[in-house]
Design a protein around this ligand. Sequence first.
Ligand code: NAD
Length: 255
Amino acid sequence: MSGKILEVAELIYESDMTVALSGAGMSTESGIADFRTPGTGLWEKIDPMEFGSIDSFLTGFDMGKMIDLLKTIDISSFMGAKPNDGHKALAELERVGLLKCMITQNIDMLHSVAGNKDVIELHGSFRTSSCMNCGKEMTTGKFIGKVIRTGKIPPICECGGIIKPDVVFFGETLPLDALSRSTEYAERCDLMIVVGSSLVVYPAASLPPIAKQNGAKLVIINMEPTPYDSMADIVIHGKCGEVLPEIVKELESLI
Ligand code: NAD
């Protein structure tokens, strides 16, 4: 693996514009389960259509089932999660000018907490919740407080509208600005590094082929194979929290 780490470091060093695309695997070492890892992935515990789709959210969750679910997925590990060494390595790359932009499918805000300044949150974030009618925004902490007080999901705004976390549910479109900015970066970059994503959720998974078709090199760092491994210039099957700091270490010796 060390040969590949050096090769990735050299690609970053030679690149004029590197962008990274992260998925849920980026945060498993921070204690947040991803969706699809066998044994620990959330989709083995949650029916995505029951708790992940906009239609089911708007119809109202079954609170009994929701409470049982919260017991099994340990929500406190999400709320208390901290950036891991992989997040810190990506923040360091941006700090020294070697990473232009961090595109993420994650809603956990850990790239921003780690220090990345230009983060495109393709699926929104857990930072805020908004009324779908009047647009009034509140922290998601306040949203949760309202749910606990009323015992209902979704909670209702003073205007009568439904309050929803500002994350993208199945069946919703992605925020237009995030999608157009990330597509533009995919078209303009000369190196895209994918970290911790199964690359099966679209349109995020269309960004690596867009980058490749526009002449960029593609690096994939993931524990398991992805559908785009054969298209990539370098594939490393390893943990983000181990591989990314090693790449940064190699770069320090190149700079
Ligand atoms: P995914 O669950 O489909 O894939 C995660 C991939 O990461 C898997 O292929 C797995 O092998 C790999 N992986 C797990 N731990 C890893 C590690 N430590 N190092 C390297 N690879 C690792 O997730 P996805 O591709 O992001 O797509 C699905 C959706 O998951 C997205 O819509 C995202 O919004 C949502 N999601 C986000 C979070 C979060 O915010 N942390 C958590 C769960 C799901």
